[in-house]
Design a binder for this molecule. Structure first.
Ligand code: CTP
Ligand code: ZN
Length: 153
């Protein structure tokens, strides 16, 4: 029997296979604070995954994600599957890849980096050093970031 973690949704997006512990980061990235909602949001944390590990799940009724939001989510949860639900069916399913280079999504942690200068700021750029977990290296100052979450723009 297929296990159902919270109710299926009729229309919207299911972000599945989120790295356990990252559901709240995902909510923050897609701008869900709990206030001003018009549709249901379900958050499932720490449930068994078919691979034998654990996962979190976020279900958002009546909402699709922007490409920029999906890119940011891959930086905190690199194994996500995005399911677009229409009329209770999975209409589309894809596994977005972590990009090779991260441009303008994350701020450098080095306060002296050229990307953090108040005058004439430069768009931050990072090379992706590892994908799971994500580790980034600033193209300008070489500072490495091993938890992107607090530095997302
Ligand atoms: N889902 C949902 N509401 C629906 C349909 C699906 O919330 N009306 C959820 C399922 O609970 C699951 C995800 O969307 O978390 C993907 O559904 P499905 O493709 O049917 O599940 P799996 O085959 O297990 O997905 P995968 O192979 O990607 O793990
Ligand atoms: Zn830097």
């Amino acid at each position: 029997m297929k296990e159902l973690h919270v109710t299926p949704i009729s229309n919207g997006t299911v972000i599945d296979h989120i790295t356990p512990g990252r559901a709240l980061d995902v909510l923050r990235i897609i701008g869900i604070t709990g206030k001003g909602l018009n549709s249901a949001v379900s958050v499932v944390m720490h449930v068994p995954s078919v691979d034998g590990g654990w996962k979190d799940i976020v279900k958002v009724q009546d909402r699709e994600l922007l490409p920029q939001e999906v890119r940011k989510i891959t930086l905190v949860a690199p194994r996500i599957t995005i399911n677009i639900i229409r009329n209770y069916e999975v209409a589309e399913k894809y596994r977005p890849a972590t990009p090779d280079e991260v441009v303008g999504l994350v701020r450098c942690a080095n306060p002296n980096c050229i990307t953090n200068k108040e005058r004439e700021p430069v768009t931050p750029r990072f090379a992706v050093v590892t994908r799971d977990p994500v580790r980034l290296r600033c193209r300008y100052c070489e500072r490495e970031l091993d938890d992107v979450s607090p530095h997302l723009m």
